[in-house]
Design a protein around this ligand. Structure first.
Ligand code: SIN
Length: 525
């Protein structure tokens, strides 16, 4: 096996990974590995924007309150305080590196999204905010000679000896390299691909969560998956996100009979929290026996729509939907996972030498439900903090490379992937109960050999990771017998006893989950 030694290893090249790399650059050599091209990440596709207090009409205390309220009682207050207090400085820094946020005259243009009580969402090129952030951070990283990028390098597993992470085994050009590092930062993003309906890109297969879990890290809050209410629902079109900022600017939801319905579900109507809007849409879909509802922008006028949402306009036009003139068919889709690898405020995990930041991590900043547009900010703030903490990791101790060499193949990987994603959507999605979760658990259990196998292709390794993460979501969702934030149990509609606890999973609880998976649970949904 090839070996290579660096000071700092970062896995993932979205906002959190790149921001960490920039922080670490003066302290040693940094390698950023990414399984695809460097810009391919959830960051690149983020439309709506980035929330931060950047105007005199707003206050960090109000941003804090809005975030805590969205988190439904399960945020870690210290983490939220850190986010909202450090956010504006991270934004100013980005502007100084060349980020072109949209402006009205000289002032930053700020929009509104669900559950924000002030206009505080910055956006770029109308609806391509993530792309602008990725551009600026990649340019900055490129200007730093100590930062190198290894694209198309898939991280198979972490190198762990005596509860310490020493780097990772990385698959490049069909060969495994043991990449040793003083500190390793996971910044691999989310896991939306475990659901058949998702706004996430193909790369979001939960790799960082799965490899951390196999290495012995603790994962927390995995039952909390946020579903975005409005993803495009058209036969030939991709599951493309229709930004919440469209509702922020006044778009309304109609059922297929043309009736506006959100006012009957929540006083904030279309700008109610995402879980409320998603469940209301499902309810209307059931009532009208339809598989979608409509988003309506027709009253806004073509000039405004094409200027404010140019990328969404162009994309929908490719599928013959003119968003300024037509009703847009939409339905909810998995969007963001609040849980992940448990960290402290500096991105430290329970394994020394291993850090995590961004969607892969769980700092507790989002609680049971993320406030819209807080995630790019989280990537910037906690990416920088993880970078600072990793810089102080002790000089590398010697460790051997001993990755298992016996390799198997999964003959029906595509079919398993499809069946898993469908089972997660139908049985562990927006509305869950013990029966449906039990079904999902049994389905995952039938693929246990895949989880235990040792593979050599990206596709197979992704499937193994997706099964692991799906299992973690299902186990946590079964364990939480109550409805909090984005986690809604139709068999436990109230919060349940002991609802303030956080569910932490490790390899031990995983084994317990597998043991129970063979016990049928009556379907009560
Ligand atoms: C959106 O533009 O609706 C997504 C924003 C977010 O999820 O934070």
């Amino acid at each position: 096996m090839r070996t290579e030694t660096v000071d700092f290893l970062i896995i993932g090249s979205g906002v959190a990974g790149l921001r960490a790399a920039i922080e670490l650059a003066p302290r040693g050599d940094v390698v950023v590995v990414t399984k695809d091209r460097p810009s391919e990440s959830s960051t690149e596709y983020a439309q709506g924007g980035i929330a931060a207090v950047m105007s005199d009409e707003d206050e960090v205390g109000i941003h804090l309150e809005d975030t805590l309220k969205a988190g439904d009682g399960l945020c870690r207050q210290e983490a939220v305080k850190t986010l909202v207090e450090e956010g504006p400085d991270r934004i100013q820094e980005l502007i100084s590196w060349g980020a072109a946020f949209d402006r009205e005259g000289v002032k930053l243009s700020l929009t509104l999204e669900a559950a924000h009580s002030r206009r505080r969402i910055l956006h770029a090129h109308g609806d391509s905010t993530g792309r602008e952030l990725e551009r600026v951070l990649l340019d900055k990283a490129r200007s730093l000679p100590s930062v190198r990028k290894y694209p198309y390098a898939f991280t198979v597993d972490l190198i762990v000896r005596d509860s310490r992470c020493h780097g990772a085994y990385v698959l490049r050009d069909g060969k495994i390299t043991a990449l040793f590092a003083r500190a390793t930062i996971l910044a691999t993003g989310g896991a939306g691909q475990v659901y058949s309906r998702t706004t996430n890109p193909q790369v979001a297969t939960g790799d960082g969560m799965a490899i951390a879990f196999r290495a012995g890290a603790h994962l927390e809050d995995m039952e909390f998956v946020q579903f975005h209410p409005t993803s495009l629902f058209a036969p030939k079109a991709p599951q493309f996100l229709l930004s919440e900022s469209m509702r922020g600017e006044g778009a309304v939801l109609l059922n297929i009979r043309g009736e506006r319905f959100m006012e009957g579900y929540h006083p904030m109507a279309e700008l109610a929290p995402r879980d409320v809007v998603s469940r209301a849409i499902i309810s209307e879909m059931v009532k009208t026996e339809s598989d979608h509802v409509y988003l309506d922008l027709r009253h806004m006028g073509k000039d405004f729509v094409t200027k404010r949402f140019p990328m969404i306009y162009e994309t929908c036009m490719r599928f013959d939907i003119n968003i300024a003139e037509d009703l847009i068919p939409v339905s909810p889709a998995a969007h963001y996972i609040m849980g992940g690898v448990k960290t402290d405020l500096e991105g430290r995990t329970n394994l020394s030498g291993l850090f995590a930041a961004g969607e892969v991590a769980c700092t507790g900043v989002h609680g049971a439900n993320r406030l819209a547009s807080n995630s790019l900010l989280e990537g910037l703030v906690f990416g920088a903090r993880a970078g600072r903490a990793a810089a102080d990791a002790p000089v590398r101790q010697a460790a051997d490379a001993e990755h298992r060499q016996d390799v198997s193949a999964i003959p029906s990987a595509d079919e398993i992937r499809k069946a898993l994603r469908a089972a997660m959507w139908e049985r562990a999605g927006i509305i869950r109960c013990a029966g449906s979760l039990g079904d999902a658990r049994r389905r995952i259990h039938s693929y246990i050999d895949v989880i235990k196998g040792n593979y050599r292709t990206r596709h197979e390794l992704e499937l193994k990771n997706m099964l692991t993460v799906a299992s973690l979501i299902v186990e946590a969702a079964l364990a939480r017998e109550g409805s909090v934030g984005a986690h809604y149990r139709s068999d436990h509609k109230d919060r349940g006893t002991d609802w303030k606890r956080h569910i932490t999973l490790d390899r031990q609880s995983f084994r317990a989950g597998w043991a129970e998976a063979v016990t049928p649970v009556r379907n009560t949904c």
